[in-house]
Design a protein around this ligand. Structure first.
Ligand code: FE
Length: 283
């Protein structure tokens, strides 16, 4: 495959150091201010620490409504329990995909006392017509995530499709692409992307550059320009082994109203979500 017009990097984002849950330290890479620009994605948190104090408190019972959460664990073990009766363990290289729909109350708690915990949580919006659908969830063990290798690049296809390899999850309305890329020094990787899909790359080891020049250092997100006439992106690793997640999706172009863990289209729907939660009718 050779792209005729690769996208450029539009800008770099460092994210915001914060804590969430019962005091888990993390970096909010995709913050509220980028929700419109990166529609259909609402949030990306990156976490990574060898210090138990940074993660041990976890995320005790909390609600969600109106979107999907995708947790990707690079290292460590996290136990999930929810109000729909689901329970599972995500560990090294595994993914948990949860569609909150009309409502889920769940906990996400570390199942380790020490050692490294590292990974990402991505929030993907649902179209208005699906915001109150039934909840759904799936644990995807590392071995179940489709992978391929070419020219010094290992590609893990969590969602969408890359070079003819279909990912573990497909979604009709938002068409999410979620790739974890492991590149040897100097290796390059091409991915087809419709020009209207919003896309970003987050580098978590090493460094990447766009063929068009801009360099993405570690712990940075680069938003990809929606260059008119473009057909994808070409990424080139620097002098070190490099790892990055590449995420893209089809924008919903619908109003976004958020109040904490509820993401709906209007204020009235948010107030309803809060009332339903307070009266025990959310889940
Ligand atoms: Fe949650």
């Amino acid at each position: 495959m050779t792209l005729t017009q690769p996208r450029a990097g539009e800008r770099l984002v460092a994210g915001l150091a914060t804590s969430d849950g019962a005091g888990v330290k993390l970096t909010r890479v995709l913050t509220n201010t980028l929700q419109r620009r990166l529609d259909p994605f609402l949030m990306l948190d990156a976490f990574g620490s060898d210090q138990a104090d940074d993660y041990i408190a976890g995320f005790p019972d909390h609600p969600h409504r109106g979107f999907e959460t995708i947790s990707y664990m690079l290292e460590g073990r996290m136990r999930h329990r929810d109000s729909a009766g689901n329970e599972g363990l995500i560990e090294g290289g595994g993914v948990q995909w949860m569609t909150a729909g009309r409502g889920v109350i769940h906990s996400e708690l570390p199942e380790q006392q020490q050692g490294r915990m590292e990974g990402f949580q991505l929030w993907l919006n649902l179209p208005a017509k699906d915001k109150l659908r039934d909840p759904w969830y799936r644990d995807i063990a590392s071995a179940e995530i489709p992978e391929f290798e070419q020219d010094g690049v290992k590609v893990r296809v969590i969602a969408g499709e890359s070079h003819g390899v279909k990912g573990a999850v497909q979604r009709e309305h938002t068409e999410p692409l979620y790739l974890d890329l492991h590149l040897a020094p100097g290796a390059s990787f091409e991915q087809l992307l419709p020009e209207t899909h919003n896309a970003f790359v987050y580098v978590y080891r090493g460094a990447l550059r766009f063929e068009t020049g801009c360099t993405v250092p570690p712990q940075r997100m680069a938003i990809l320009a929606n260059t008119p006439g473009s057909d994808g992106v070409r990424l080139v690793a620097g002098d070190e082994p490099t790892r990055a997640i590449l995420i893209a999706g089809k924008p919903l172009n619908e109003p976004i109203a958020q109040y904490g863990p509820f993401v709906m289209n209007t204020q009235a729907e948010l107030m309803q979500a809060v009332r339903d939660f307070q009266t025990g009718k959310l889940a």
